[in-house]
Each structure stands twice: as C-alpha cells, then as structure tokens.
Design a protein around this ligand. Sequence first.
Ligand SMILES: [Zn+2]
Length: 71
Amino acid sequence: MSKKRYTIKSSCPQCGCTDLTVLTEEEIKAKYGDSENVHLSCGECTEKYLSAMKDACPEWDEECRLKAAGK
Ligand SMILES: [Zn+2]
C-alpha cells in the first residue's frame, strides 16, 4: 500500500474560514469509514458541520469509486 495522502478541504459555514486536513488512506478510513459525508469542526469558531466527501476531497471520492468499480 502506498502512503498517498489526501487533502480534505472544507470551509466553515459559520465564519467562512477554510480548513485543510491531510490524511492517509488509513486515517481517512479510521476517521470517516465509508461515509459519504465528513464531520468537521472549525478551528476558528469551533462550529461543527458536515461536508460531502465528494466536495471535501474529490480525489478520495474518486479512489472509492474506482475501487468499487474494480470489485
Ligand atoms: Zn468557523
């Protein structure tokens, strides 16, 4: 398994600040499982919000779809 890293990008609906999280595949799976949504919390205002994985990390979403198609 490669140690490819994925950038999860989101912007807070409350204050609009952008949050970037870089995670490996293992870390994404541990944190979000197979969920289509990611739960995030803003580092600025601590607002908790939900973002669709395909918006937050299109690269990861695509990986998942390729894997699903390859089965
Ligand atoms: Zn915020």
